[in-house]
Design a protein around this ligand. Structure first.
Ligand code: ARG
Length: 563
């Protein structure tokens, strides 16, 4: 999708030496509206035409077909295009209503699989707000990936292996009981885990006992295995209720344990390539050749137990073999930066040419009303509680604004969950941010409900109008709509930018801008007045709703038609 089809077409006709894509790439938005809507710099043509850029700009302006523009002028080395507002409005609205949800689809993508490691919570612990970010950023990136012509593969790399399960098994066997776990699996397991850490503070032998149980688990001890499976199942059940509420599906739940039988192969390769060295009993890969500041990657502990890194190496190789990805994204908090630098470094030392396709999609910390969360101390904010509270806050506002709405509970769920997701995505992902639920669920301001409400308002106008839109009658001569038209026209490049930057906030900010533009127009105009331009205005409203709905879908947020 080009930035502006009319400008690209006009230039292609007079500069056949450049492809439309090359022209599109060079187009800029001028700093002020006085210089028009689009500018094309002619510097690169100087060599080709053996003339000064100023001269080239002046010559091309003579030749360009200006019928689709208000004017086209040369300003020094630039060609400035002033769009004909009526022609642009017509073209923009028509292309949106014709393409529907496919408006903005990016066909430049060379296609191919993109694996997205996302959510990946640790089992036997409740899913906290901390994992929310990975889940919703990952899901939105997957939608954006698909919109840009690739095939996303959503992978939940469950944290279902590691020493903490040894600790948990020890705690369960020492002071736990079955009935208690059955009554409230996750809550109880979390309590055991917290108690373990409290007791271990005064008695280090607990840590040894925990490690010993993990070793048993790794060695296939039946009792340890059985308990582990039970804990894992209960956890998955609980996670799934949350994924369902957020409308998120996964293509794979292969977690860390899945790689247990795939790690020997990795270790062998490391040995063959003479990369594995012993260091204080442990086995490591030295990475100082790649970067002198990089600490070595730990592959095996001194007791022979494998590590997070070893499983990630096996997983990376497995994903390449299984999906032959063109990119492999890992949506994981910024605090794991070094881990992913190490992962790439080891893979490139192993001679994997695709190591560079691995990208750590880092994100900042989420605090909850100013507090940081920690599972070890037990002061964790449960995502389930957040969603329940958001639901209630949304419901209260719906009761007040639209008491006659028939499916209030359903809409309250869509608005509550949507508010939480939208808020998470509207900030640049690397920023830290605080979460205050009252603000997040408000129907006004920079919120998801505000965008949803704007869309519902557009839908309500279309319902009231009760007529079919005629695509052959789109003459709209109304200066008030110009901001909406240009914003609508920018959607395709916004989709592309969101992918290029791996940044859902680009879409969220865009949706807020479009909603604000539309509300300003709505406040100052009588859309439903029965005059000659009624059809064109309704078409504009339908186009706004189409693009708002699609933006929300890319974010993983529902768009109720009434609220
Ligand atoms: N379970 C890990 C955690 O909660 C995140 C896993 C991320 N994915 C990965 N392939 N390492 O910290």
């Amino acid at each position: 999708m080009s930035k502006n089809q009319m400008v690209v077409a006009a230039l292609t006709a007079v500069v056949p030496e450049l492809s439309p894509a090359e022209i599109d790439e060079k187009m800029e938005t001028p700093k002020t509206a006085k210089l028009g809507d689009w500018a094309f710099p002619t510097f690169t043509l100087a060599k080709l035409y053996k003339k000064a850029p100023q001269q080239i700009a002046a010559d091309l302006v003579e030749k360009i077909d200006k019928s689709n523009f208000e004017k086209v002028v040369a300003t020094g080395p630039y060609i400035n295009f002033f769009l004909d507002k009526m022609a642009t409005a017509k073209l923009t609205i028509a292309s949106i209503l014709e393409a529907g949800e496919h408006y903005g689809d990016n066909q430049d993508g060379q296609a191919g699989n993109v694996t997205i490691d996302m959510s990946s919570p640790n089992i036997a612990k409740p899913m906290s707000m901390g994992h929310l970010r990975s889940t919703v950023i990952g899901n939105s990136l997957a939608n954006i990936t698909a919109k840009n012509g690739y095939q996303p593969v959503r992978i939940n790399h469950l944290g279902d292996w590691g020493t903490q399960f040894g600790k948990l098994i020890y705690a369960y066997k020492t002071w736990g009981n079955e009935a208690e776990v059955k009554a409230d699996p996750i809550g109880t397991l979390l309590r055991y885990y917290v108690e373990f850490h409290e007791k271990a503070k005064d008695d280090d032998s607990l840590n040894d006992a925990g490690r010993a149980w993990f070793k048993k688990l790794e060695d296939g001890d039946p009792e340890a295995q059985e308990l582990w499976k039970w804990f894992r199942n209960e956890s998955l059940k609980e996670f799934t209720t949350i994924y369902d509420r957020l409308g998120i599906d996964f293509d794979s739940f292969n977690g860390e344990a899945f790689y247990n039988d795939k790690m020997d192969g990795v270790v062998e390769q490391l040995v063959d390539k003479k990369l594995l060295v012993k260091s204080q009993g442990a086995e490591i890969v030295d990475l100082s050749d790649i970067d002198p500041n990089l600490t070595p990657a730990m592959i095996k502990r001194s007791d022979g137990a494998t590590l997070y890194m070893t499983r990630d190496l096996a997983a990376a190789i497995y994903r390449k073999e299984t999906y032959n990805f063109v990119k492999s994204l890992y949506v994981v908090g910024g605090e794991q930066r070094e881990h992913f630098v190490q992962l790439r470094a080891v893979l490139s030392l192993m001679g994997m040419p695709w190591a560079d396709d691995i990208e750590h999609i880092a994100f900042g910390l989420i605090t909850f009303n100013g507090k940081k969360m920690s599972t070890r101390k037990g002061d964790v904010v449960l995502l389930k509680d957040v969603l329940d509270d958001a639901h209630q806050l949304a419901l209260a506002q719906i009761q007040e604004k639209n008491p006659d709405l028939t499916n209030k509970e359903l809409v309250a769920e869509q608005v509550g969950a949507g508010a939480v997701v939208f808020h998470d995505l509207m900030n640049d992902r690397k920023n830290n941010f605080d979460f205050n639920l009252e603000e997040v669920v408000r129907f006004e301001g920079d919120t998801g409900p505000y965008v949803q409400y704007t869309n519902a308002r557009a839908q309500s106008i279309l319902r009231k109008a009760q007529r079919e839109i005629d695509l052959s009658d789109l003459d709209l001569d109304d200066a008030q709509t110009w901001d909406i038209i240009t914003t609508l026209g920018n959607f395709p490049q916004t989709v592309k930018r969101a992918w290029d930057n791996r940044e859902p906030s680009v879409i969220a900010k865009y949706a807020l801008l479009l909603a604000r533009n539309f509300n300003k127009y709505y406040a100052n105009s009588k859309i439903l007045t029965d005059d000659q331009q009624l059809n064109a205005r309704l078409a504009l409203v339908a186009a706004v709703s189409t693009v708002l709905t699609e933006s929300l879908r890319l974010l993983g947020v529902q768009a109720p038609s009434e609220m």
